[in-house]
Design a protein around this ligand. Structure first.
Ligand code: PLP
Length: 371
């Protein structure tokens, strides 16, 4: 029977997106003045002062549409990577590029997408919304990648293969050689989408990313974002480095003004602010050390991470479980990320904060867990 509420069959199944909890939410719930958020892998140093200056100077431009296709931003990104501008597509976060790739490349009810399990929720959500089957290969227990299991899922209807590196939520980073072998083994119609949201934090780049050698591959797309290292999560800006023909399709079908004029100006400025980038990389490297040492001293199992976050498990003898620790930290005004939505109920993810935030987390955990 169809009535006014008739919608596509995929739709009623959707739940609201579970993001990291908001600071305001926790302040109100527990009556706290100060809340530390280490839940969404945001930049521990905040927004670059150079970007803030540009935004203030240009606040009066908010009435203008951005130039459709944001050509100035595309040129700046292309120059930053030394790649032709015809390969760059900026979006409203790299989330928009994920959405575009699924809609452009995968035929509903016919094609499939392959990825690991767990994987970034956006791949799942967009596949489901588009009526495209998602096939997942479970990661190894240490979060390394079982490539053969993934490849075994691919067939002549596999349109896309998503790999996140450094991975979220584990921080695991496979070698560039492994990615190269995958790219060469996938069926000819399948595009390998390498989501490098956190690659800005990995060193040396050539060991982990195929970006420096992208010319050697026709079947690779790379996703980058301004949300993490560049500290612009709230402005929504990411981009794809795509084969030219695919970039062209994206620009033809994408909503023309999805990248707003403030995000465009901020992105261009952020690429120039090398002092802020250096400071961020240093803060993240030091903070990752500090947290790894501190969590290990508390008896937690900490997984190696090249990203600006860490995945950890509580000690087996702990008096609380992961959900219990998450709650106890919330009551003390510290938000971290439970991983039930990734099907990892015994693990927690924490973003690297600044030195005092990391200290506050470790102190609170010592108090909660006992020595
Ligand atoms: C944060 C993140 C992104 C980037 O999202 P934006 O839409 O650019 O904010 C993409 N992929 C993964 C795996 C992420 O964690």
């Amino acid at each position: 029977m169809s009535d006014i509420r008739t919608v596509r069959p995929e739709i009623p199944d959707f739940e609201k997106y579970h993001s990291g909890m908001a600071i305001e939410e926790i302040q109100a719930r527990y009556g706290l003045a100060k809340v530390i958020k280490l839940a969404s892998n945001e930049n521990p140093l905040g927004t670059s002062p150079v970007v803030q200056h540009v935004l203030k100077q240009n606040a009066g431009m908010a009435f203008r549409y951005a130039q459709a296709g944001t050509p100035r931003l595309h040129a700046a990104i292309a120059e930053h990577h030394g790649l032709p501008v015809s390969r760059i597509v900026a979006g409203n976060g790299s989330d928009e590029i994920i959405d575009l790739l699924v809609r452009i490349k995968a035929r509903p009810g016919q094609d499939n997408i392959i990825a690991f399990d767990p994987c970034f929720s956006m791949y799942k959500l967009q596949a489901k919304l588009c009526g495209v089957e998602l096939r997942q290969a479970p990661l190894n227990p240490d979060f390394s990648c079982p490539w053969d299991t993934l490849l075994a899922l691919a067939d002549e209807h596999t349109a896309l293969c998503f790999v996140t590196t450094p991975d979220n939520p584990s921080g695991f980073t496979p070698s560039a050689a492994e990615l190269e072998a995958l790219a060469r083994a996938l069926p000819p119609q399948c595009l390998l989408v390498i989501d490098e949201a956190y690659m800005d934090f990995a060193r040396p780049l050539g060991n982990y990313s195929l970006l420096p050698r992208l010319d050697e591959f026709e079947n690779i797309a790379i996703l980058r974002t301004f949300s993490k290292m560049y500290g612009l999560a709230g402005l929504r800006l990411g981009y794809g480095i795509l084969p030219e023909w695919l970039a062209d399709y994206c620009l033809r079908v994408k909503l023309p003004f999805s990248v707003n004029i403030m995000a465009e100006m901020a992105g261009i400025a952020a690429l120039t602010d090398t002092a802020f980038i250096e400071a961020t990389l240093q803060a993240v490297a030091q903070g990752r050390e500090q947290l790894t040492r501190g969590l290990t001293a508390l008896g937690c199992t900490v997984y190696p991470s090249m990203a600006n976050f860490l995945l950890f498990d509580l000690p087996a003898k702990a008096t609380l479980d992961a959900q219990g620790l998450f709650q106890a930290l919330l009551e003390r005004g510290i938000i971290i990320r439970p991983l039930t939505s990734y099907n990892l109920p015994d693990s927690l993810r924490v973003s690297v904060g600044d030195a005092s935030e990391n200290r506050a987390l470790l102190d609170a955990m010592l108090e909660i867990l006992g020595s």
